[in-house]
Write a protein that binds this ligand. Structure first.
Ligand SMILES: Nc1ncnc2c1ncn2[C@@H]1O[C@H](COP(=O)(O)OP(=O)(O)OP(=O)(O)O)[C@@H](O)[C@H]1O
Length: 580
């Protein structure tokens, strides 16, 4: 029962009302098909027995009405199926996306983003035939076969039994072939997901590939993956065609056997002519839902293979969660005080520590800087403060309360951050800044942009604040993106501000302006500036120097120079690099 097939079927319960209505529509179609079969049988029997033309016409007229009603119901049923498919996919996608958001960077850093993207878009798409076609059709096949088979059995048990055996074989055969098809379908899906991830990677890194003259090499790599995918596709098609051919054969043999036995029974006087004709037409109607079921099953293979990956994500335990009585207060008044106490941390799948036994305090309203060599653990501090990861040992407190005792939403609402890797969304400049505060007014957005020194370049653009920034802010320079991100953080108006390498893409003139902005901002927040360029943090009250995850020393710029230690070495190394 824990198999992904059953679980995906269990998911159908979230749209049970809609599926029930679809089953009802399908059963109505079957009912009219049966009525049509009877009318055609009686009409044809009337022709043979020389019945009055008006009687024959009556039967054929009703059969024609049945055909028309079936056509209308089939159309309605198909439109309705599209509607419920949209709903089912939206529910499944939102469950997946919410889960991925809950799992956060910790999970995503271990997965390929292209593969996750394929799963949320195409993978969910593949689940559609199983959910909205196969499952309801299976119910219809059981009900209609039992009714038709039972009815035929009531006047010719041999034909009834043959019909039921053919139905059972036709329904069970694809299930028996499933282990072979499943393997081929899984390989097909995995090949597709890898290929998709490779294409996304290549598109995103297009400029780098060109600059490295590596376009041809990458192109060849993609060609080989596409070729491997093509072979897997053929392999899968081969198996699925075997399954379809077997079902087709079973249905044909079943049909001819029942008709043959019924004809012999009529010759033996067991059946009369109208009964034979009823069997002839009913058998066709009995096989139709099974052939539809086969088509739905055929289309479901891929969804069933993908289901395994979907449930792998949905079952992944979320480790960063709210404590049972998580706090939603405690940082509303004044400036918060942040304290790291003996904090040690390793990233998942890494054996070396990113932070080792780190202790330091940021007093309320204080502005501190974190500096150090690359890989020293600076960004890890911000990752831990936002609870993207939890500490392995030690604790981080804000106003004396452990981060794990605040609700995640509350904690993150009190921290504004400008990431090292600035992310702008497709949309206008105003939308990107306004994202920080729901219902932000235009004046507030402009004020924040002015404080971040972004206003002058924004109004120089033709459409000003309504300028589209392209995906990831592709139409802006690195410095412009960063200033928009700083404006966004300012608009958030949280008491803790983190600037992670916030001036790294800014030229000297702008850096100076942002420095004075940071100076002004520092008075409004408890702030933490992660910096590479030491010139940008000279005036910060306290500087913490990290090396390989260890806090080496701290103090003001002057105190650290006087210490003649790690900070001074960093300054000297940077001065040499700048001279070069
Ligand atoms: N998501 C991750 N998964 C595994 N290891 C990571 C991850 N992020 C960082 N690390 C490792 O943790 C260590 C500290 O990284 P961190 O990003 O905190 O350094 P940093 O001081 O900010 O470096 P830089 O100045 O180059 O940005 C490094 O050894 C890095 O390789």
């Amino acid at each position: 029962m824990n198999s992904p097939y059953f679980r995906l079927a269990g998911f159908a319960l979230s749209i049970k009302k809609e599926l029930s209505l679809k089953i009802l529509l399908l059963l109505m179609i079957v009912a009219f098909s049966i009525l049509q079969a009877f009318m055609l049988a009686y009409g044809t029997a009337g022709v043979f027995s020389g019945a009055a033309p008006s009687t024959i016409f009556f039967y054929y007229a009703i059969a024609t009405v049945c055909i028309l009603i079936r056509a209308v119901l089939t159309g309605k049923q198909e439109v309705y199926t599209k509607k419920i498919a949209g709903r089912a996919k939206a529910v499944l996608r939102s469950q997946l996306v919410n889960k991925l958001i809950d799992l956060g960077p910790k999970y995503q850093s271990l997965k390929r983003s292209g593969r996750l993207q394929s799963l949320v878009t195409d993978g969910v798409e593949y689940a559609e035939p199983y959910l909205v076609n196969y499952l309801p059709q299976a119910v219809v096949v059981v009900i209609s076969s039992l009714c038709i088979g039972g009815y035929i059995f009531s006047f010719d048990w041999k034909v009834g039994v043959i019909l039921m055996i053919a139905v059972v074989i036709a329904v069970v055969t694809p299930l028996l072939l499933m282990p072979f098809i499943k393997k081929a379908a899984l390989e097909y899906w995995q090949g597709y997901a890898v290929l998709n991830a490779q294409y996304i990677d290549a598109m995103q890194g297009m400029n780098t590939l060109k600059a490295l003259n590596a376009v041809d090499r990458k192109g060849h790599e993609l060609y080989l993956s596409a070729e491997c995918f093509r072979k897997r596709q053929l392999h899968w098609t081969f198996f699925s065609l075997i399954s379809s051919a077997t079902i087709f054969l079973m249905l044909a043999v079943g049909k001819y056997l029942t008709v043959g036995v019924a004809t012999f029974d009529m010759a033996a006087g067991i059946l009369n002519r109208p009964e034979l004709l009823v069997i002839l037409f009913l058998v066709i109607e009995c096989m139709r839902p099974i052939s539809d079921l086969d088509q739905a099953w055929h289309a479901s293979y891929m969804g069933l293979s993908v289901a395994h990956e979907i449930f792998e994500i949905l079952d992944e335990p979320v480790t960063i969660v709210d404590a049972p009585q998580a706090q939603t207060g405690g940082m509303d008044e004044g400036f918060p005080r942040i304290a790291f106490k003996n904090v040690s941390f390793r990233y998942p799948a890494r054996t070396e520590y990113a932070l080792k036994n780190v202790s330091f305090t940021i007093e309320p309203g204080q502005s501190v800087a974190i500096v150090g060599k690359s890989g020293g653990g600076k960004s890890t501090i911000t990752n831990l403060l936002l609870r993207f990861y939890d500490v392995e040992e030690g604790s981080i407190t804000i106003n004396g309360t452990d981060l794990r005792d605040y609700s995640l939403e509350y904690l993150r609402s009190k921290i504004a951050i400008v990431f090292q890797d600035t992310y702008l969304f497709y949309g206008t400049v105003a939308e990107n800044i306004g994202m920080a505060a729901e219902h932000a007014r235009e004046e507030e957005i402009i004020d924040a942009a002015k404080m971040a020194n972004a206003h002058p370049f924004i109004i120089r653009m033709k459409n000003g604040y309504q300028t589209l920034v392209g995906e990831r802010g592709a139409t802006l320079s690195g410095g412009e993106k960063q200033r928009i991100a700083i404006a966004r953080a300012i608009l958030k108006n949280a008491p803790v501000l983190i600037l992670d390498e916030a001036t790294s893409s800014v030229d000297a003139a702008n850096e100076h302006m942002i420095q004075s902005t940071i100076g002004k901002l520092a008075q409004r927040y408890t702030s933490l500036i992660v910096a590479h360029r030491l010139s940008t943090i000279r005036n910060v009250e306290r500087i913490f120097v990290f090396d390989q995850g260890v806090l080496k020393e701290y103090g003001s710029h002057d105190e650290l120079i006087a210490k003649n230690g790690a900070y001074k070495q960093l300054l000297e190394a940077q001065a040499i690099m700048e001279e070069e």
